[in-house]
Design a protein around this ligand. Structure first.
Ligand code: GTP
Ligand code: MG
Length: 200
């Protein structure tokens, strides 16, 4: 997919205030610091569109970007960041839950998982919740530039093993590096193909 435009639309905490336009939306979610904002910038070829940071907990709002004037990309706050207060964690959780269940133009979640580490319960729980809520998702492994082939395969094997205890069919799993540009074609190809099926 050729990127002809990528514009920031708005940030907010309330799903009722998200953009009204009924165009397909793809939501990037995952643990704090997994690389959501960096991946978005890599995919849309704009280094500073989404704000990134080496300190977890950077993205605290639901951020909407409109791509090629035809679909939305949503950058969500990370879950599971231990250093924020319980109250704040609960309010993030509520925000994501309301977003996920009320955002009617939402087509698919991209659940980002750090390729360098074994499966984390919080990610497995989140995907289980998506499944139980009938919300479609694909998995995007991040930071593959930081792990060798053997380590990546081991973690991926464990992830598939965990997932297959819960799912008959595994979701699509794509591998990316925001630093090296790995997986750009695959992620954008998936979005493009899905948009086409929706007639966009
Ligand atoms: P929150 O908004 O805090 O939830 O984090 P996030 O998931 O948006 O992560 P962000 O994109 O801000 O990146 C977190 C850190 O990981 C930054 O220091 C990035 O430079 C680094 N990072 C992100 N993607 C990659 C990657 O593919 N490879 C490497 N090596 N580092 C990455
Ligand atoms: Mg972020």
């Amino acid at each position: 997919m050729k990127i002809t435009s990528a514009e920031f639309i708005c940030s907010n905490t309330n799903v009722a205030l998200c953009p009204k336009e009924a165009i397909p939306e793809y939501a990037f979610i995952g643990r704090s610091n997994v690389g959501k904002s960096s991946l978005i910038n890599m995919l849309v070829e704009r280094k500073k569109l989404a704000k990134t940071s080496s300190t977890p907990g950077k993205t605290r709002l639901i951020n909407h970007f409109k791509i090629n004037d035809s679909w939305f990309l949503a950058d969500l706050p990370g879950y599971g960041y231990a250093k924020v207060s319980k109250k704040e964690r609960d309010s993030f959780g509520k925000m994501i839950e309301q977003y996920a269940t009320r955002r009617t133009n939402l087509v698919c979640f991209l659940v980002l998982i750090d390729a360098r580490i074994p499966p984390q319960q919080i990610d497995l729980d989140f995907m289980e919740w998506l499944g139980d809520s009938n919300l479609p998702f694909v998995i995007v492994l991040t930071k593959v530039d930081k792990i060798n082939q053997a380590g990546k395969s081991k973690n991926l094997g464990m992830l598939k093993e965990e997932l297959s205890q819960h799912w008959e069919e595994l979701p699509l799993i794509l591998e990316t590096s925001a630093v090296k540009g790995t997986g750009k074609e695959e992620v954008m190809g998936f979005i493009d193909e899905t948009n086409r099926k929706l007639g966009v």
